[in-house]
Design a protein around this ligand. Structure first.
Ligand code: 1CP
Length: 350
C-alpha cells in the first residue's frame, strides 16, 4: 500500500495536522465533537446567564468555551459557534429551543423568504467568528491547532426551513417546492465556500463539514442534495485539511470521493476495513458516543484501546462516532483522552 509522501512544506508542528495529512505521528491525536458542551461543568459555568445566540456571539465568552476542553489534553480546539451561525450571518434569526435545537424565527417558505438570506454574506456579518479565531489563536500561542466548521448545505437547509432532523418533513418540502429547495442549497453552498475560505485565510488549521442528517437520505437524494455540494465546497476550499462528517455515514464510498482528506467514521463501520479500502484517506472516529453516556471509565478506556488498535497509529484521528451528549460523565471523557495519551497500538503501521 502506498501512502503519499509528505512534502517538507506540509509538515506542521501540530500532531493533529500531521495526522490529518497522513504523515507519520508519534501518537494518535484525539479530539471530540461537542468537546465544548453541556456535559462539562466548566462549560456550564461559562455558559450561564445568556441565551445561546447571545453567548455564541460574545467573543470573550465563546473563546473561554472553546478553550474549556484544553485542560483534558485534547490535541485540537474547535471554535465554539454553531452550524446555524452562517444562516444567522446571512440574515435569518434563530432561537435555541430546549430539548429541540435551533428553530428559525421565520422559516423559509417561498422565494420572498429566501431573500432573508443574503446570497453572499458580508464577512463583517460574521466578524465575531473571525475575532473569536484571532482571540483563541492568541491565547493558544501555537500550542494547539484550531478547527473551524460549517454545516453542509443540506443539513443547514433543514434548519432554514424549520424541519431539522425530521427527514419526512424535509422531503415533503423538497418535493413540493423543488425550485426553492435547489435555490436554497445553491445559496448555502456559495456562502459556505466564502465563510470557510475566509476562516482558512485567517489562520484556521483544519475544517470540518457537518452533514449530520444526510445519512437519512436515499442514494438518489444524496446524489442530488449532498454529494455535489460536498464536492464543490471541498474543491473550492482546499488550502487546509478537510474533514467530512455524516452521522452514521451509510454512503462511505461517496464520502471517499467527495474531495475530503479525512472521513469521520460512524460506529457501524470497521475502522481497519475502511483504512484498507481507502489507502489515500485518513479516518476520524469511531468510539461509540453512546458508551460515553452509559459506560464506565473502564469500558470507555477499553473501547478506546480497541479503536486505537484498529487505527494502527497511522492515518487515524481518535474521535467519537458522534458528539458528546449532555449527560456524559466527565470521567468518561477523561478516560477517553487519557487512553489516547498512554496507549500505543501493537499493530502500529508506518
Ligand atoms: O465543541 C464543539 O463541538 C462545540 C461547537 C459546536 C458544533 C461543532 C456546536 C455548539 N454545535 C456544533 C455543530 C452542530 N450544531 C451540528 C453538527 C454536529 C452534530 O451532528 O451534532 C448540528 C446538527 C447542530 C445543530 C444544533 N445546535 C442542535 C441540534 C442537535 C440535534 O441533535 O438535533 C443543538 C441542540 C444546537 C445547540 C448547540 N450548539 C453547540 C452546542 C454545545 C449546543 C447545545 C448548547 C446549549 O444548549 O447550550
Amino acid at each position: 500500500m502506498t501512502v503519499p509522501t509528505p512534502t517538507p512544506s506540509s509538515s506542521s508542528p501540530h500532531l493533529l495536522v500531521r495526522a490529518a495529512r497522513g504523515e507519520p505521528v508519534e501518537r494518535t491525536p484525539v479530539w471530540a465533537m461537542r468537546q465544548a458542551g453541556r456535559w462539562d461543568p466548566e462549560f456550564n459555568r461559562v455558559r450561564a446567564g445568556m441565551t445561546f445566540y447571545e453567548f455564541s456571539e460574545n467573543v470573550e465568552k465563546s473563546a473561554q468555551a472553546s478553550l474549556c476542553p484544553r485542560r483534558f489534553g485534547v490535541d485540537g480546539i474547535i471554535l465554539f459557534y454553531d452550524i446555524t451561525t452562517l444562516p444567522v450571518a446571512m440574515g435569518q434569526s434563530y432561537t435555541l429551543q430546549p430539548h429541540h435545537g435551533p428553530v428559525p424565527d421565520h422559516p423559509i417558505r417561498d422565494f420572498d423568504d429566501l431573500e432573508q438570506l443574503t446570497a453572499l454574506p458580508d464577512p463583517r456579518s460574521y466578524q465575531h467568528i473571525r475575532d473569536l479565531l484571532a482571540q483563541v489563536k492568541a491565547e493558544l500561542r501555537g500550542e494547539l491547532p484550531i478547527l473551524v466548521f460549517a454545516g453542509a448545505p443540506f443539513t443547514v437547509a433543514t434548519y432554514c426551513i424549520g424541519t431539522g432532523k425530521n427527514i419526512d418533513a424535509t422531503r415533503q418540502f423538497a418535493r413540493e417546492k423543488p425550485d426553492l429547495w435547489d435555490a436554497l442549497l445553491d445559496r448555502l453552498t456559495g456562502a459556505t465556500v466564502q465563510f470557510l475560505s475566509t476562516l482558512a485565510s485567517d489562520g484556521a488549521d483544519m475544517y470540518q463539514l457537518f452533514d449530520s442528517w444526510a445519512g437519512m437520505l436515499t442514494p438518489e437524494e444524496y446524489d442530488l442534495w449532498a454529494q455535489p455540494q460536498h464536492r464543490s465546497i471541498f474543491s473550492m476550499v482546499s488550502t487546509i485539511p478537510r474533514i467530512l462528517f455524516v452521522k452514521e455515514n451509510p454512503y462511505l464510498d461517496r464520502m471517499a470521493h467527495s474531495g475530503a482528506d479525512i472521513i469521520s467514521l460512524g460506529k457501524r463501520h470497521s475502522l481497519a476495513e475502511a483504512k484498507a479500502q481507502y489507502p489515500h484517506l485518513v479516518f476520524q472516529g469511531n468510539v461509540d458516543d453512546d458508551l460515553m453516556q452509559t459506560g464506565t471509565p473502564e469500558q470507555v478506556a477499553e473501547a478506546t484501546r480497541r479503536c486505537l488498535e484498529e487505527g494502527g497509529g497511522h492515518r487515524h484521528i481518535l474521535n467519537l462516532s458522534h458528539g458528546m451528549d449532555r449527560s456524559s460523565p466527565v470521567a468518561n471523557f477523561e478516560a477517553f483522552v487519557r487512553t489516547a495519551h498512554t496507549y500505543t497500538p501493537s499493530t502500529r503501521a508506518e
